[in-house]
Design a protein around this ligand. Structure first.
Ligand code: DQA
Length: 146
């Protein structure tokens, strides 16, 4: 069976393609998921995408990932900068975790410079635009097949 990668997206990312297009680009979450699914097929892994506007919803999906997913790509959006609960949940997951941001958060407001998730993440990506999701899938596919 293919190794399964969970792609988790936090609040407001359901509005990608409509929301602050100058920062986050014109692609929707459906576009990203479609491209990542095609790439995952090519690389011999599988992906599942989840989006929630709620902190507890993300915690629940991370619990679900335990025992189901081999790796996690997470863009926790604003919860990156505030959520100890998501950090604690990620600490219960044993596989590799990639923290992802579409924008280059370190070039933006100071409150975006701190990440709770970075304390657990094995890799951190910021500023690659929505193409970053494909780069992260490639990275995890390589790691998981090694
Ligand atoms: C984001 C950056 C966060 O600071 C912000 O709250 C988001 C998206 C990004 O993908 O660049 O919602 O995680």
């Amino acid at each position: 069976m293919s190794k399964l990668i969970y792609i988790l997206n936090g609040p407001n990312l359901n509005l990608l393609g409509q929301r602050q297009v100058d920062i986050y680009g014109g692609e929707t979450l459906e576009d990203i998921t479609r491209d990542c699914t095609a790439l995952a097929d090519e690389l011999g892994v599988a992906i599942e995408q989840f989006q929630s506007n709620h902190e507890g919803g993300l915690v629940d999906v991370i619990h679900q990932a335990r025992g189901q997913a081999a790796g996690i790509i997470i863009n926790a959006a604003a919860y990156t900068h505030t959520s100890v609960a998501i950090l604690d949940a990620l600490n219960t997951f044993e596989g590799p975790v990639v923290e992802l941001h579409i924008s280059q958060v370190h070039k933006r407001e100071e409150f975006r410079h701190h990440s709770y998730i970075a304390q657990r993440a094995d890799a951190v990506m910021a500023g690659f635009g929505t193409y970053g999701y494909q780069l992260a899938v490639r990275h995890l596919a390589k790691l998981l097949k090694a």
